[in-house]
Design a protein around this ligand. Structure first.
Ligand code: NAD
Ligand code: UDP
Ligand code: UDP
Length: 320
């Protein structure tokens, strides 16, 4: 009999983490889901709590932890600019001390450890699309730095533990990902626009809306992350994961207005400091190393996500 792998997922009650827990559990693993519930919610994992192979642990990853496992997915970190700028010092601690703790744990257990890094390590990129070889353009003292530099330092720690201690590391650089279980007040563009469209409130476009992002549906992303974890130890990454179809923010707003049939007006707001002007992943490495590419087009993913938010808003209205 093959033993069940025991997998620690930090940030497991968050948007991506909850989908990852669900998928790994369905694959037969035993899951230890760790979260401090800063942006995560019990509702995301409520349907998993009774599963015999699922365990929930409330813990802050910036503090050491002593558990036993075979693999670690380190997702704990607020990801929306609104949330990571709320307590920037804690954001850096989460990334940096969190990385040290999961690496120390992985080193002791000789476990594989995967870091959820981000396209934000490329900052406001001067190269387009962004390959993994690009070193990035990040303002180290701006309001996004706690997240960008925290994630960059976490990558440094992963590669130093690999060189110095032969830690079994994997690093994914995730590009904008969306889907069901984003919070209504998450603050990121897809959830903001959908909630505004469904409520008939103005769609808040920051700047002139010509800045671009490339949006990946959550199921595609989770499949890519699991594929990287399954690679041999020589494959460390970093590997970009994202959907290379690029849209302006204005195009995104128009697509959401069309799908929802909403009459919401467009409301322009100032562009936040250091907001990247363009972003699109070069996924040649993921295609080649993982045989992975996204399958869900933006329109299709938005239809599924809008259905989720529609239900959530109706539930909220029913309980008021
Ligand atoms: P999310 O905010 O929904 O999830 C983050 C989870 O981490 C939450 O459950 C939160 O409560 C938990 N958390 C935060 N600080 C913690 C701490 N100190 N200790 C323990 N738990 C903590 O965001 P998400 O979109 O699911 O992002 C998950 C991971 O993926 C993050 O590391 C993020 O940086 C990375 N990522 C996401 C995207 C994206 O587009 N969704 C893009 C790039 C990278
Ligand atoms: N650590 C942990 N769990 C473990 C092992 C280590 O949380 O099972 C933490 C601990 O806080 C430690 C950090 O990871 O400080 C780094 O561990 P490492 O062994 O690399 O360094 P050291 O223990 O020498 O500081
Ligand atoms: N954005 C916007 N309106 C919103 C939220 C975000 O126009 O209500 C813009 C934001 O300025 C950025 C893009 O949408 O250019 C993506 O923002 P998000 O916070 O989702 O992610 P990130 O900037 O981290 O890629």
């Amino acid at each position: 009999m093959v033993e069940r792998p025991r997998i620690l997922v930090t940030g497991g009650a968050g948007f991506l983490g909850s989908h990852l827990c669900e998928s790994l559990l369905a694959g037969g693993a035993e899951i230890l889901c760790l979260d401090n519930f800063f942006t995560g919610q019990r509702a995301n994992i409520l349907h998993l709590l009774d599963h015999k192979n699922f365990e929930l642990m409330r813990h802050d990853i910036s503090q050491p932890l002593y558990v036993e496992c075979d693999e670690i997915y380190n997702l704990a970190c607020p990801a929306s600019p609104v949330h990571y700028q709320f307590d920037p010092v804690q954001t850096t601690k989460t990334s940096v001390l969190g990385a040290i703790n999961v690496l120390g744990l992985a080193k002791r257990l000789h476990a594989k450890v995967l870091q959820a890094s981000t396209s934000e390590v490329y900052g406001d990129p001067a190269i387009h699309p962004q390959p993994e070889s690009y070193w990035g353009n990040v303002n180290p003292i701006g309001s996004r730095a706690c997240y960008d530099e925290g994630k960059r330092c976490a990558e440094t720690l992963f590669f130093d533990y690999w060189r110095q201690h032969r830690a079994r590391i994997k690093v994914v650089r995730i590009f904008n990902t969306y889907g069901p279980r984003m919070k209504l007040n998450d603050g990121r563009v897809v959830s903001n626009f959908i909630v505004q469209a469904l409520r008939g409130e103005p769609i808040t476009i920051y700047g002139d809306g010509s800045q671009t992002r490339s949006f990946c549906y959550v199921d595609d992303l989770v499949a890519g992350i699991a594929r990287l974890m399954a690679t041999p130890d020589e494959v460390t990454g970093p590997v970009n994961l994202g959907n290379p179809s690029e849209f302006t923010i204005l195009e995104l707003a128009e697509m959401i207005l069309t799908i929802t049939g909403s009459k919401s007006q467009i409301l322009r707001k100032p562009l936040p400091e250091d907001d990247p002007k363009q972003r699109k992943p070069d996924i040649a490495l993921a295609r080649q190393t993982l045989g992975w590419e996204p399958t869900v087009p933006l329109r299709e993913g938005l239809i599924r996500t809008i259905a989720y938010f529609d239900t959530e808003l109706a539930r909220g209205a029913a309980t008021q």
